[in-house]
Design a protein around this ligand. Structure first.
Ligand code: FES
Ligand SMILES: [Fe+2]
Length: 401
């Protein structure tokens, strides 16, 4: 798990004006809320008074949970602004000066693609990885499905690696692969790997044979049919491209024909070591009518379930630490490329020291992901989440564990 990337916190439509939303990311809790102008804010969820959960259960009856653009702690009513400062402590008298130390971490926010993203880390703006640009979003000729979330009970690296794996389609997704029509000649074509043009990851293209598109009218999501019609009796070549951006974003472009494209984006909220919430954005440049959103989502959910069923059974739950504990093939090239990017993020000092975190978290210590404000001011109440210096230090810790 890494700090210093943009993480999805909550879908825009799920963040109202009256109630804050709590989200766990990287093993710690955050609260998201909107101020009077509708601007979204994301703070560390832990109240600096005595550990109340700012987004937690509310006993305040009909009293507002958000006052003057501040989120109100449900325990003793301290009020925190979007900048993380405590603006009011009712028990010392309304409007009385509040100690500056009462602040909580406040994170940069961008609301895009129907998602509230927060930059979870302290890297200054000039050097931080930008939020991935979905270039076709909002462009003429493209339509975005409403973002859906998928909760999956496994480590995010397993989830990302699955999206980079052209060899599983044949077995996991009946409509994608070659479906064993010619087992003797079947093989996964070579992958061409290059850096992602926005940096922070890589990209590969892959051509494969696929079953014919179904006839119009055969539109049942259940049996794996697709809703996009266009009868083609012969098997056909499809081009797919996949890649990563950061440790937790993945995209797949599926070019059914030269004119018909899906572009799918998986923004993964790393909840903790065992759970991931995938914010899934599906773009398309055909079947643009809104009425196709439903069938396309239904279809995507069938495919997602096929993946979830397999990935929930992998052992161990996350990828093994040593490469000798797996036998990788050329078709796993995307996975190798992903892991080498993770090592680059290790060398930036952005990996959370999970052993240390596990050892102390929630015993007598509450941790926070450091926000950029920690670079310019001191006196923070919560301890920063422990990190590993670089990949050499990581290997040493892992060998000792
Ligand atoms: S714990 Fe939040 S106000 Fe007391
Ligand atoms: Fe899959």
């Amino acid at each position: 798990m890494y700090i210093n990337f943009w993480y999805p916190i909550v879908r825009s439509e799920d963040l109202g004006y009256d109630t804050p939303e709590k989200a766990r990311v990287l093993g710690v809790d955050f609260v998201a809320f909107r101020d009077q102008d509708g601007n979204a804010h994301v703070l560390s969820d832990t109240c600096t008074h005595r550990g109340g959960s700012l987004g937690g259960a509310w006993s305040g009856g009909n009293a507002p949970r958000i006052i003057n653009g501040c989120v109100v702690c449900p325990y003793h009513g301290w009020e925190f602004g979007g900048d993380g400062e405590c603006k009011n402590v009712p028990s010392i008298g309304y409007g009385t000066k509040v100690p500056p130390r009462a602040k909580v971490d406040s994170y940069p926010v961008q609301e895009k693609y129907g998602i509230v993203f927060a930059f979870l880390g302290d890297e200054p703006e000039e050097t931080r990885p930008p939020l991935l640009e979905v270039e076709e979003y909002g462009q003429e000729g493209w339509r975005a499905n409403e973002v859906i979330t998928l909760d999956v009970p496994y480590h995010y690296e397993r989830s990302i690696e699955n999206g980079l794996d052209p060899a599983h389609n044949e077995f996991v997704h009946p409509t994608h692969g070659f479906s064993a029509v010619n087992r003797e000649t079947y093989r996964v074509n070579e992958l061409e790997i290059e850096d992602h043009r926005q940096g922070w990851g890589f990209w590969f293209t892959h051509r494969f044979d696929a079953p014919p598109l179904p006839q119009k009218g055969h539109q049942t999501a259940k049996d794996g049919d697709t809703p996009w019609g266009d009868a083609q009796p012969e098997r056909r070549q499809v081009t797919a491209a996949s890649g990563t951006y950061g440790p937790h974003f993945m995209a797949t472009y599926i070019h059914l024909t030269d004119q018909k494209m899906f572009r799918q984006y998986f923004f993964e909220q790393i909840i903790d070591e065992h759970n991931t919430r995938i914010f899934f954005l599906n773009m398309r440049n055909f079947l643009l009518d809104k009425k196709n959103d439903g069938p396309i989502h239904a279809r995507n959910k069938v495919v997602a379930k096929q993946d979830i069923d397999i990935l929930s059974t992998l052992y161990p739950e996350r990828t093994p630490l040593s490469p000798t504990k797996e036998v990788l093939m050329p078709a796993d090239g995307g996975i190798v490329a992903y892991r080498s990017w993770l090592e680059k993020f290790d060398d930036m000092g952005w990996r959370i020291d999970i052993n240390e975190f596990r050892r102390r978290n929630n015993k007598d210590t509450a941790f926070a992901i450091p926000c950029p404000g920690r670079r310019t001011s001191g006196n923070w109440v919560l301890e920063e989440i422990p990190r590993i210096k670089n990949r050499a230090a990581r290997k040493k810790i892992e060998r000792a564990a």
